[in-house]
Write a protein that binds this ligand. Structure first.
Ligand SMILES: [Ca+2]
Ligand SMILES: [Ca+2]
Ligand SMILES: [Ca+2]
Length: 203
């Protein structure tokens, strides 16, 4: 066969006259939804957002460089974004918000609540103590009830319950029990408390 010839194609072409650009995308290895772009003797993977690498096989580390995670939160790489894993007591996209633990507080007896990180503190009203101000302080510890008066604990104060014959805030007054006496027929009223104390007797 005279004048016959054959074409020896350059890589990437085929056909009797090398006029066919081989579509290497027919057997591409692009990953993760990447688009394949046919080239001469090769192809290129056009990655979807968040992927990188020749075959788009690598998830870009979106935590690298600057991330906005705050207050000690860990950065978690996601696809084309990231999330912040908050430490206890913080919330928000970037853990920027201090959770208000006072919203559901157990402070009692008129206490005010102070928000802390993952905690709160009850600031007790006068006369109360304890984690939640649940304890009525015993104001009788240093009471000044005298003359056998009984101390009664109240809120931020105490009262004295006096025995018969005494009165006053601290039972300090010896009442004149004869003031309205009903001794009749010449009977003489003796103020018993006064008499007993004066005579050295003790009830
Ligand atoms: Ca990523
Ligand atoms: Ca808080
Ligand atoms: Ca008290």
């Amino acid at each position: 066969m005279l004048n016959d010839y054959a074409c020896k194609c350059r890589p990437g072409f085929t056909g009797e006259f090398c006029d066919v650009n081989i579509n290497e995308c027919d057997y591409h290895l692009c990953q993760n939804g990447a688009e394949c772009i046919d080239k001469v003797n090769g192809y290129q993977c056009k990655c979807k957002e968040g992927w990188t690498g020749f075959y788009c096989q690598s998830n870009i580390n979106d935590c690298a460089g600057v991330n906005k995670c705050q207050h000690g939160s860990a950065c978690i790489d996601l696809l084309n974004t990231y999330a912040c894993q908050c430490e206890p007591g913080w919330t928000g996209r970037y853990c920027e918000t201090n959770i208000d633990e006072c919203y559901f507080n157990q402070c009692q007896n008129g206490a005010t609540c102070t928000d802390l990180v993952d905690d709160y503190q009850c600031v007790c009203a006068d006369g109360w103590e304890g984690r939640f101000c649940q304890n009525n302080i015993n104001d009788c510890v240093d009471h000044q009830c005298i003359n056998n008066g009984t101390c009664i604990d109240m809120t931020n104060r105490y009262a004295c319950k006096c025995v018969n014959g005494f009165a006053g805030k601290h039972c300090q007054s010896n009442v004149d029990d004869c003031r309205d006496h009903q001794c009749q027929n010449g009977g003489i009223c003796m103020d018993l408390v006064c008499f007993q104390l004066g005579s050295g007797l003790v009830l």
